[in-house]
Design a protein around this ligand. Structure first.
Ligand code: HEM
Length: 122
């Protein structure tokens, strides 16, 4: 599981092959929808109280407030939306990733299933 997760994630993390880098092409194929205004996201280092995970993607999503900066109480549906609408993953691949958090999810005060990034620590 670890190997397949890492292999499938490498192009996203380290950049797509140069043949895919043509920006116009990227927009045309809606890999990153323009209307989401990714330029507006603000990176902030986590505070010592924030939860982080062994996953560099989830940590950077939290550092950019795409999922809660605290790294706690994350709604898997929100993560699904980040993976599809912002990262540009296919719905079925996003679902494969999101399924990994269900075993560590718990019910929050509103009865919504959520999870914390530090629960992904081994
Ligand atoms: C729901 C979404 C995701 C979950 C729950 C998740 C979870 C994890 C977990 C638990 C690990 C640690 C695996 C281990 O050490 O055994 C990990 C590692 C990793 N993840 Fe994610 N991940 C997600 C999405 C992504 C995405 C979208 C990317 C790439 C864009 C990514 C890139 C990586 C990389 C490169 C590692 C290896 C880090 C290292 O070994 O230092 N992940 N992820």
């Amino acid at each position: 599981m670890k190997a397949s997760l890492i292999i499938s994630a490498l192009p996203l993390l380290f950049g797509l092959p140069s043949s895919y880098i043509d920006e116009e092409q990227a927009w045309k194929h809606e890999m990153i929808p323009i209307e989401l205004g990714l330029n507006d996201v603000v990176w902030e280092a986590p505070s010592s109280n924030d939860a982080r995970s062994p996953c560099p993607f989830l940590n950077t999503a939290a550092n950019h407030d795409l999922i809660p900066r605290s790294g706690r109480g994350i709604d898997p549906d929100r993560l699904d939306k980040v993976l599809t609408d912002i990262v540009g993953l296919d719905q079925s691949i996003a679902k494969f990733f999101v399924k990994q958090v269900l075993p560590i999810a718990y019910l929050n005060d509103q009865g919504i299933q959520v999870f914390d990034l530090d629960s992904l620590q081994k």
